[in-house]
Design a protein around this ligand. Structure first.
Ligand SMILES: [Zn+2]
Length: 393
């Protein structure tokens, strides 16, 4: 996994500067609470901070070890070519931490499922996170940070760190805990002179008990500027500018949301998969008053795609396609749809946009529209076939 360092944190200059100052001073609070909207880089920052702490505290432990007594710890740090305020990215501690395999870097995060499968669930999540630089945690409603895992971790804290001078515990979405877990955690956080640094993240600050909040050093993460999201999508993910702009506009400053939208909206469109689009549409309605606008954007996404299909049917060159990075998909789909059918679907989408702007609930408009667009393919067995006669222009 390409690790992001503190000085590279995307669109969070204040948090980055603050955390680097902490690392440079080598004076840590017992606990930090990273708060801000979902998907703005709190988790990435927590890992970067953890890596910097482990990198430095390992170097200090080594510098202070017998045999090196003639070298002052600071000289030892400088000799390793280590930046004073960030991880070096080159030492063994950095490599292990970047791989989420450092024995002194521990995690707690919400999981769902049966108790006896927790170990597998946790291992699978860590493996997915390790292998994917754009990994975003998604949870079921009932997911929580499990008591058994919290207890196990707290027992471990009684022992010294394995390799580094300090230990870092990253608690993702710390708002998903029970009261008794907070109390147990609080004891550890309040331990004076403890070698453990807690890093809690939350997108729901109001759900963190005041007792915990008051004992943590708060670090605020802002929504990302739209240009930052666009730049990242273009440069790192390879999204064409036009899509990147649309996704960024919908993302409300959350990179994770922009990436999820890309997967949810574009992938089903590329596959011609209306059922997946419908699923995405229902999930969009959770976003309150923005839902209507989001639905309209999803329809526009689909329209762009269909117009590309139409252009492809008429033999347009690659440069004439909006989604030219998907040329192969477009040509393949275009082979299977007549121009008449593509036009019919475009008309339905046009109708949908009008319904969304009108009084009909957007969900209903979207649903009836999608089912007509997809014709027989949408939930063939589960839903009655819509009459398409009206739409056969
Ligand atoms: Zn290092």
């Amino acid at each position: 996994m390409p690790a992001v360092n503190l000085h590279e944190l995307l669109g969070q200059p204040r948090a980055s500067e603050f955390l680097r100052g902490v690392v440079a001073s080598d004076r840590y609070a017992n606990a930090y609470l990273f708060h801000g909207a979902p998907g703005v880089g709190k988790g990435t920052a927590a890992l970067a901070f953890a890596r910097a702490i482990l990198c430095h505290s390992t170097a200090r432990a080594e510098a202070a070890a017998p045999g090196l007594f003639d070298a002052a710890p600071d000289a030892g740090l400088a000799a390793a070519g280590r930046p004073a305020d960030d991880a070096c990215g080159a030492c063994e501690a950095c490599a292990k931490a970047a791989d989420l395999q450092h024995p002194d870097l521990r995690f707690l995060f919400p999981v769902s499922g049966e108790e006896r499968q927790l170990e597998t669930t946790v291992a699978e999540t860590l493996a997915a996170w390790r292998g994917n630089p754009f990994f975003t945690f998604t949870y079921e409603k009932a997911s929580s940070i499990r008591l058994s895992l919290t207890r196990e971790l707290l027992r471990e804290l009684a022992y010294k760190p394995f390799e580094a001078g300090r230990r870092v515990v990253v608690v993702r979405d710390a708002d998903r805990m029970r009261e008794d877990q907070y109390s147990a955690m609080l004891k550890s956080i309040e331990e004076p002179g403890d070698v453990t640094v807690w890093v809690l993240t939350t997108a729901r600050l109001g759900r963190i008990p005041a007792t915990i909040r008051s004992r943590c050093q708060g670090v605020r993460f802002s929504p990302l500027p739209e240009d930052t999201v666009i730049g990242f999508l273009e440069a790192e993910v390879g999204v064409p500018n036009r899509e990147a702009r649309m996704l960024a506009a919908l993302s409300a400053g959350s990179l994770a949301r922009a990436l999820n939208l890309r997967d949810e909206m574009l992938e089903p469109a590329a596959r011609g998969d209306a059922a997946a689009l419908w699923k995405a549409a229902t999930s969009m309605t959770r976003f309150g008053k923005a839902g209507r606008e989001t639905l309209r954007q999803m329809v526009e996404f689909q329209q762009l795609w269909l117009r590309d299909l139409l252009r492809a049917r008429y033999g347009a060159a690659r440069e004439e396609l909006v989604n030219r990075d998907r040329e192969a998909d477009i040509r393949r789909q275009a082979e299977h749809l007549s121009a008449e059918e593509i036009r019919r679907r475009l008309m339905v989408l046009e109708e949908m946009v009008r319904s969304i702007d009108g009084n009909i609930t957007p969900e209903l408009a979207f649903f009836s529209g999608m089912s007509r667009v997809a014709g027989a393919r949408f939930g063939e067995r589960d839903w009655p076939k819509h009459t398409t006669a009206r739409w056969a222009y």
